[in-house]
Design a protein around this ligand. Structure first.
Ligand SMILES: *[C@@H]1O[C@H](CO)[C@@H](O)[C@H](O)[C@H]1NC(C)=O
Length: 408
């Protein structure tokens, strides 16, 4: 960060929080003010980012079992126009406070979504409930408390499951999954369910998380200790939207006088080596996307307790809902041995911590290929200017080695 003007540094820090787990903790007043006045891109993701780049893009609506209407985009390279057969389907699943645009906001040559399409994959772009690209709910109003009553558990078991099933049916073959950060905990959770994992060919996970007990980011830990997640819920805030007045005020109040918000990047995500500072303004036209306060609360519960478990409602409600005082744990050993997994993790990542990751690895019964990126922080895997060479080429080699013969 050294050498960048203070405002850029703060904005940059703010942006970098977005894909990370615990974004809330971010940003000085000045960056919050910038967010407040930032116009957001309207229209659809296809119209905004993908068709203008010269790619084919169509939007599909997936209705989840609990009634949410998700938009997913199907992207292919212009050469598909020439009648080439579609390649294997791959679903890109974004992280917390992000949406499908995350895979397309670097340059055409550097963004994974475009790269996969160029390599002939049938690219599907996931967007979870609550993001600006999704289309609400069949009956709940987006402003209602009930609309935001979910965490990553529902994102895994309803949203990811629903998207995988839709693609499996539509493309007529098993699906590759690529996930980042929250997209990986959703993947692990979904893969432990036999009826979901049977539709998955293989998965490539970036900054994988399941256990969170060793998150080392000082700013995140401070927010966890402050019980900021519970404070927000107690204030009656259910939607976390950093483009809203309330969201900006939360950011302001967190930073106001209590935290040194001038160098948040390294203290939250761990240092990111290779991001393109001059694209920050552009990134902020798309990010951040809303998520639920309950989701943040669930993640903070896991940091406090070191568990990979369902949402903790407190003893009595747990007993009523789960039949036990404690929320049941998710079991990584239920992921089938036959599922090929490729995982990339960064040496400077203070959210997907090495100790937690080692535990995840130990409990995963399946074949694993690992890529260790010493200089990478939590968001380099998505936005580094050298991610293609450092990460994506290896990932594509892995994906290409699987699933040549599994049409349904
Ligand atoms: C960084 O972003 C700018 C602005 O979009 C772009 O012109 C430039 O090519 C990018 N630099 C690298 C190294 O990708």
């Amino acid at each position: 960060m050294a050498g960048f003007p203070a405002t850029s540094a703060v904005l940059f820090s703010l942006l970098l929080l977005l894909p990370s787990l615990f974004t809330l903790i971010s940003a000085a007043s000045s960056s919050a003010a910038l967010l407040r006045h930032r116009p957001l891109r309207g229209g659809s993701l296809c119209e905004q980012l993908i068709i203008p780049a010269g790619y084919l893009c169509s939007e599909h609506i997936v209705q989840t079992k609990d009634g949410f209407l998700l938009a997913i985009q199907r992207v292919s390279s212009p050469s598909a126009k020439l009648g080439l057969r579609r390649g294997r389907p791959v679903l890109l699943q974004h992280g917390l406070f992000m949406a499908g645009d995350a895979w397309f906001i670097n340059t055409k040559e550097q963004s994974l979504g475009f790269i996969l399409a160029d390599r002939g994959f049938d690219v599907w772009v996931g967007n979870v409930r609550g993001t600006r690209w999704s289309h609400g709910h069949i009956s709940l109003k987006t402003r209602s408390k009930a609309f935001w009553d979910w965490s990553w558990e529902e994102l895994a078991l309803y949203d990811l499951a629903g998207m995988i099933e839709y693609i499996y049916q539509t493309a007529g073959s098993k699906v590759f999954i690529v996930g980042h950060s929250q997209g990986t905990i959703m993947s692990f959770t979904a893969f432990s369910q036999p009826e979901i994992v049977k539709m998955v060919e293989a998965a490539a996970l970036l900054c994988p998380i399941s256990y969170l007990g060793h998150v080392s980011s000082p700013f995140v830990l401070r927010m966890v200790d402050m019980y900021l997640d519970r404070m927000i819920l107690a204030m009656g805030i259910h939607q976390l939207n950093f483009h809203s007045e309330i969201g900006v005020q939360i950011l302001d109040s967190v930073c106001d006088g209590h935290l040194d918000c001038s160098d948040l990047l390294a203290s939250i995500t761990g240092g990111n080596c290779c991001l393109n500072i001059s694209r920050i303004d552009y990134f902020l036209e798309y990010e951040p996307h809303p998520s639920s306060a309950k989701n943040l609360n669930h993640l903070f519960q896991m940091i406090r307790k070191g568990t990979f478990a369902r949402y903790d409602y407190g003893m009595l409600k747990n007993l009523r809902l789960y039949g036990s005082f404690k929320p049941p744990a998710f079991d990584l050993s239920l992921i089938p041995e036959s599922l090929p997994l490729w995982m990339a993790y960064g040496g400077n990542d203070e959210l997907a911590d090495a100790t937690d990751f080692q535990r995840t690895l130990k409990e995963l019964p399946c074949k694993k290929e690992l890529l260790y990126l010493e200089k990478y922080g939590h968001v380099d895997v998505l936005l580094s200017v050298t991610a293609k060479e450092d990460v994506y080429d290896h990932m594509i080699e892995f994906l290409s080695s699987w699933g040549k013969s599994s049409s349904i």
